[in-house]
Ligand binder design. Structure first.
Ligand code: GRG
Length: 309
């Protein structure tokens, strides 16, 4: 690609954007809000189990995307914080259920024992259920200064994202595909668009809707999010092969062990990395109309392909 003088200036400017500080600041905000969102009350055991996984760290990418998009579209952090927390509650419950013996059967997550290893399978299932229902209660009761139409739109999208048209649907096909050698890249894409991409897309789009964005911006940001969602999963598949348990905070090499089709198994490592990069460039191209206001979203997209866990 031939780089013009203007491209060069833009690249230097975005490379000056301090993503590390940006993510740190937003992560602190989200973690304080998550901590405050679920006090321990009776019966203590279930609240402790919910908090154990919710406050176990993680990149907090979904809430950060929601806050960032809301601000890009002229909204405030306060308008989006309850939805940002709900996205993390939903993500966390999906990890708790994903790790259960009936699903991926994992002992470690986010660098610590999985929820069922500490509290037992019965409580882990219930902690996931409680986080899921509380996510909806939290958005509905804690969101202020947002039009009711937009709030209902966000709640409806969250519901769709979680269910058979989203995470659950992707997980079902993922489980059914284990051990099969005839998984095509179309099936693999379907799994990951639903299992991983849907929640990332809703994170981006809900931030925009809460801020009152117009349809054109929502579509543009949707396109950005679909691309980063797929790139995120491609990198996740690569890291499962190339990283260690200490780096990932969860068991490495699980995909091969479970005989799962992955992007590297279909395309090889190098081509998978290349495809992820292409998706990220396409995502970033969607941000052009927003200029430097979109540097955080651009930097997050670049982080997704360069991340180590
Ligand atoms: C949603 C009702 C309901 C049930 C759950 C188990 C299940 C259905 C779906 C599985 C969803 C799943 C675990 C997808 C994987 C997504 C993924 C790549 C997770 C890793 O995300 P990171 O890297 O993790 O953002 P951290 O720990 O940083 O938050």
């Amino acid at each position: 690609m031939v780089m013009t003088g203007e491209d060069h200036v833009t690249q230097i400017e975005t490379s000056c954007f301090d993503l590390v500080s940006y993510l740190k600041e937003k992560k602190q905000l989200v973690e304080a809000a998550l901590d405050a969102s679920i006090p321990i009350t009776c019966p203590e055991k279930i609240y402790e189990a919910m908090r154990y996984s919710l406050l176990a760290g993680g990149k907090r990418l979904r809430p950060i995307l929601c806050l960032t998009t809301c601000e890009l579209m002229g909204g405030t952090v306060e308008m989006a914080l309850p939805t940002a927390c709900a996205l993390e509650m939903i993500h966390t419950m999906s990890l708790i259920h994903d790790d259960l013996p009936a699903m991926d059967n994992d002992d470690y997550r986010r660098g610590q024992l999985t929820n069922h290893k500490v509290y037992g399978e019965d409580i882990a299932i219930l902690a996931g259920d409680a986080l899921l229902s509380y996510a909806f209660e939290h958005v509905a009761t804690q969101t202020h200064n947002v039009s009711l139409t937009n709030l209902v739109d966000v709640i409806a999208r969250l519901g769709r994202t979680v269910g058979a048209a989203g995470l659950v649907g992707g997980q079902v096909l993922d489980l059914e595909s284990e051990g099969k050698s005839n998984i095509t890249s179309d099936i693999l894409k379907f799994i990951h668009v639903h299992k991983t991409g849907a929640l990332l897309e809703t994170s981006v789009v809900s931030g925009a809707i809460l801020a009152g964005a117009n349809l054109e911006d929502i579509e543009r940001l949707s396109h950005y999010a679909q691309n980063i969602g797929l790139a995120f999963q491609i990198i996740d598949d690569i890291l499962d092969i190339t990283s260690t348990q200490a780096e990932l905070g969860k068991t490495a090499g699980k995909d091969k062990q479970a005989q799962k089709a992955t992007y590297p198994s279909l395309w090889g490592l190098e081509e998978s990395q290349k495809q992820a990069q292409i998706l990220i460039e396409d995502a970033i191209a969607q941000l052009a109309p927003y200029g430097r206001e979109a540097y955080p979203l651009e930097a997050i997209a670049r982080f997704i392909v360069s991340r180590k866990n």
